[in-house]
Design a protein. Structure first.
Length: 283
């Protein structure tokens, strides 16, 4: 009886909750189950040297097939962060990607690994030790790992995040600012963080050749990055004219569907077996 009463109360409560909140709670439970059931996978998107078209690195991107259907990361990462599940999930991605990239390096060329982080992960207890252990266990050299951060991570717990990133860099790991140019403080960030790389947001790259202002901004970011001694990666290259302009600007690296889509490890295996060839689309 009490149970029935309790159940009804839950129902009434649920009915008054915003549908979004209910969906988020269900999502959180699904994520928890998915982590236990090992339903996550990592795909890798090649990053190429724009001058030679050779693969220099792969970016690890988490994938979730929930009941056979693909769920884009942006639909579940928020919930994974809110629930803290991003911490074990992120560690799994880190270990999986370090292991796979170390194997590709052993059988072929010295590609690097780019990994996305969330602030919740960085500030988790012993995160630096976790990265150190993942490197040691996989045999991946610290210098082959680039950690990608975005500006929003420095909004909360900025001091703690900056301190952690400093300790990570002291391990020999490299740091990249992802989605560069979209935040309010992209330039200030270059002074705050010991950054090695910037990744120009696709919103700039998409306008290359068609939008004068975006083209000028992209050119300026490329020059700024190079003047600061940083590696500059252009993201979201989809059309040949974008690739041409980026090459002409002297942008060092590129990534995007025109170059290569994110692919399962088997796809990277195939690429690596031909010893990191120049990718055809970009040659
Ligand atoms: P991001 O780090 O900026 O990753 C690039 C995103 O752009 C990826 O989307 C990739 O599939 C997509 N992309 C690559 N080339 C093109 C292109 O030419 N055109 C278009 N339209 N899109 C392209 P994805 O895999 O959906 O990931 C979205 C975001 O989710 C990532 O943005 C990153 O912020 C986050 N994310 C992905 N994997 C992880 C992860 O393992 N951990 C964490 N913390 N975040 C992740
Ligand atoms: Mg990224
Ligand atoms: Mg990005
Ligand atoms: Mg992004």
């Amino acid at each position: 009886r009490a149970k029935e009463h309790g159940g009804r109360r839950v129902e009434v409560f649920a009915a008054h909750m915003h549908a979004d909140v209910v969906r988020r709670l269900e999502l959180a439970a699904d994520l928890q189950r998915a982590l236990l059931a090992e339903q996550f996978a990592v795909e890798y998107q090649p990053v190429v040297d724009l001058a030679t078209s050779r693969i220099t690195a792969v970016e690890a991107l988490v994938r979730w097939w929930s009941g056979g259907a693909f769920v884009p990361p942006q639909q579940f990462l928020g919930a994974a962060e809110d629930t803290g599940l991003i911490v074990p999930l992120g560690e799994w991605i880190l270990r999986e990607a370090c292991r796979e990239v170390a194997a590709w390096r052993a059988s072929s060329s010295d590609i690097g690994l780019s990994l996305n982080l969330s602030s919740r992960q960085i500030t988790a207890p012993r995160f630096v030790e976790t990265v150190e252990a993942a490197l040691a266990d996989s045999g991946l050299p610290a210098s082959a790992l680039t950690l990608e951060v975005i500006e929003e991570m420095l909004v909360e717990d900025a001091e703690e995040v900056i301190e952690r990133l400093g300790s990570l860099r002291a391990l020999g790991v490299r740091l990249a600012i992802d989605d560069f140019g979209t935040g309010y403080a992209s330039l200030a960030l270059l002074r705050t963080l010991p950054v090695d790389m910037i990744k120009i947001d696709p919103s700039f790259v998409s306008g290359l050749g068609s939008d004068e202002a975006l083209t000028l901004l992209t050119r300026t970011i490329v020059r700024l990055g190079h003047d600061l001694g940083l590696t500059v990666v252009a993201e979201g290259i989809e059309r040949p004219e974008q690739l041409e302009l980026l090459r002409e600007m002297g942008c060092s690296r590129g990534q995007g569907y025109l170059v290569a889509r994110p692919m399962a490890p088997r796809g990277v295996d195939t690429l690596m077996r031909t010893d990191c060839p120049p990718l055809q689309n970009t040659a």
